[in-house]
Design a protein around this ligand. Sequence first.
Ligand code: GLA
Length: 391
Amino acid sequence: MHLIDRITTLYREEFGHTPAHIARAPGRVNLLGEHVDYNDGFVLPAAIDRATYIAFSPTNASHCTLRAVDFNQQARFSPLTIPSKTQLDLSPLPEWALYPAGVMWSLMEERVPVPSMIAAFASDVPRGSGLSSSASVEMAFMIAWQTLGGWILASMKRALLGQKAENKYVGVNCGIMDQFASACGVENRLLLLDCRSLEWKTVPLPDSVSIVIADTTVRRKLTTGEYNKRRSACEEAVRLLQQDLPNIRSLRDVAVDDFNCLAKGLPGEIEKRARHVVEEIRRSHQAQAPLEAGDVQNFGKLMNECHASLRDLYEVSCPELNTMVSIAQSLDGCYGARLTGAGFGGCTVNLVAKEQADGFARALAKGYESETGLRPEIYITRASNGAELIR
Ligand code: GLA
């Protein structure tokens, strides 16, 4: 049964009527520009064909009632319980409810009407896999509240408010890429975002290739701490480099040649982290020309370089991701393979010749399972539209 039918049925069972609306918001996969969004760099994600779906209706009650189908749990909160992150009975909100509650909080801060709703939601974006399941939940609730609140915000604004919810309410210091891709996705197109100016455009994905996502099924804990450490290392690098380059505001402003001259003055670990960022920003900038020319060979090369850099310099890979990537890179039809998202487990993204994609997926699954004993989930994805009201 498709998720839409499933949540509609569960909504009806729970609340006794048919939901007034259904919204969906996709996860994302990032092809290039990893760990650069919080350094003002360029990213190249696409919204994928896996998403969070919400069935929802307005209610006269002064509180929201949400059913999380994937957790088989319910939470109730209102504008009054939002600041304390609690439910109506004053028990703490379960972790999954922090995302919709955070969206309510950031919309309240924005002073737009945030009416009460009853809702059931579920997602087929695997959690903790680097495909932005949290951003998809946030963006789906943005659409739900936009529908019930009677206001319209631009998709980038909704993305920014979702990021604010995640940074300030949930407490995860993420950049803008995930919410942006979930809010602004365009069918069959990659998105190229300048994370400083927030200007973006779409780039066609050449017809001859498929994007294959390979889930190692490994989930690491404590990734938030490691993520925040990487962010601090980048900030420290900027502070140290400002002694010689007083006008820089972020690593985006540091050219690779200048960095090479100054790198020896940086502590070893800071140098490695900053080198990844400076070179990755150059790579993601360079990627535009080959992509627009349909030159998938050269684009794939940049993806491979990105993985090596995430593994050796930024140190956010893990043995299973490295195994998945090296098997992929050895297979026929694969132009490029690398980990996608924050790292420390989760998925890889592979650019593969379309007619070889099925064989590639089978060979990759077999090779990975025989090397690690783990059964991966591998699927060919399609770039999809961003968050929207379905009905
Ligand atoms: C996570 C964050 C994003 C981005 C990526 C790494 O997905 O939410 O903002 O920093 O990691 O590129």
